[in-house]
Design a protein around this ligand. Structure first.
Ligand code: HSE
Length: 405
């Protein structure tokens, strides 16, 4: 019998209890032993809730109960969640989490503690919510040298960009609507500035490289500067706009990891990932291209991924489920050394100037009043910065173009 404690009875935590209890038979069968929730830790009481009797307020009740061998951390944040996770692992209790911030910040340390204490730190739900992606990278693609991971990793921004494209609406209008519908937080910064996607690609890149990618060193650009005019030009040129988390192996052994909005060809499989859905495109040197698609957020999809980890932990009580992610820092290439084509939106009277400075590109005429569009040839970031400087306020916006797979 495996007894589970759930830390945090919010959206995901209550989903975890629901999945374990409603799917008790299938969860227990696949675990090879009966799995039941014994405690729910929360500061609040939940009168009338079917599981109100399981609620405790003192973390030590869980820590000191030898019957509890699996703990689900669904609190979020890097304060108490870190402290509690660490204590559980030190006590030999496996921890299953949806907390991408904590995994990105302290993953290697917690994995090492789990290894030393014959238990596991599992985090399938931390990237892509209900989409299987951690286990495919670690297990199903274990024989691969991964060449790249390219992902739409944030549902909120994908919803906003999809709406902007379909309705021709501007960023602020769609953001407000998304907030009203509960798709965007009241403080949307972590999503729209790309920080959430940055944590997720840092986790995936760490798994790809087997070393730690420090999310604070990952170049991150959000979507706040994208306008409805950009979509007009994108449409005309056969592209859509997506914010992508990218991890690309470089010949040197380093990887280029970053988050940026992109013009991406309408024919690319990721261009078809719309609304709040996430999609992750993983390329290996033997398997070629693979893609993972589904709900990247939400109570039951995310809880389902946490409970899949509970089953894995239940199958390995007293043992460590290995994860190839060392504390050693990965060698990261500098985006300043990278090269792209760039879509540039300019004032109409600056078109000739940019054609002169960056010759060999393609003019995009979307008939947007007093504006012109131009897609440059491949330029290094450094050279493009010089182009931008020369154009001064003639330049209204620029978006990188994703040409590779
Ligand atoms: N805010 C996140 C998103 C939630 O929009 O994808 C899931 O991590």
């Amino acid at each position: 019998m495996v007894k589970v404690a759930v830390l945090g009875y919010g959206t995901v935590g209550s989903g975890v209890v629901q999945v374990i209890e409603d799917n008790c038979e299938v969860v227990s069968k696949k675990s090879g032993t009966e799995v039941r929730v014994k405690y729910i830790l929360d500061l609040r009481d939940f009168p009338g809730d079917p599981y109100e009797k399981l609620v405790v307020h003192d973390f030590n009740t869980i820590l000191e109960d030898p019957e509890v061998n699996v703990v689900c951390e669904t609190m979020g944040g890097v304060g108490a969640a870190y402290n509690f996770s660490k204590q559980c692992l030190l006590a030999g209790k496996s921890v299953c989490t949806s907390n991408k911030e904590l995994v990105a910040k302290h993953g290697p340390e917690l994995l090492q503690i789990a290894k030393e204490h014959d238990c596991s730190y599992l985090f399938e739900a931390s990237v892509g919510g209900g989409i299987p992606i951690i286990r495919p990278i670690m297990d199903a693609l274990a024989a691969e040298k991964l060449e790249s991971i390219l992902g739409i990793l944030n549902g909120t921004t994908n919803y906003i960009l999809t709406k902007m494209e379909k309705e021709g609406a501007d960023f602020d209008t769609v953001l407000k609507e998304a907030q009203m519908l509960g798709y965007a937080e009241r403080n949307p910064e972590a999503d729209v500035e790309g920080h959430d996607a940055c944590r997720k690609i840092s986790i995936l890149a760490s798994l790809m490289l087997g070393k730690t990618v420090d999310s604070e060193k990952v170049y991150t650009e959000g979507i706040t500067k994208i306008t409805s005019d950009d979509f007009e030009f994108a449409k005309k040129a056969g592209y859509t706009i997506k914010i992508l988390g990218v991890s690309k192996a470089q010949g040197s052994g380093a990887a280029l990891v970053y988050v940026s909005p992109f013009f991406i060809k309408k024919s690319h499989p990721l261009a078809m990932v719309n609304d709040v859905f996430n999609g992750i495109f993983v390329t290996g040197n033997m398997v070629g291209d693979t893609m993972y698609y589904g709900k990247g957020a939400g109570k039951l999809p995310t809880a389902s991924a946490v409970v899949a980890d509970v089953i894995d932990a239940a199958r390995h009580v007293g043992k460590n489920v290995p994860c190839y992610w060392d504390a050693e820092e990965a060698d990261l290439a500098d985006i300043k050394e990278a090269s792209f084509r760039y879509f540039v939106r300019v004032k109409a009277d600056s078109l000739e100037q940019i054609k002169g400075i960056a010759p060999g590109g393609k003019v995009v005429d979307a008939q947007v009043s007093s504006q012109a569009g131009y897609i440059t040839p491949v330029l290094s970031e450094k050279v493009f910065a010089e182009v931008q400087e020369k154009l001064g306020d003639g330049i209204l916006g620029r978006i990188r173009v994703y040409d590779a797979k």
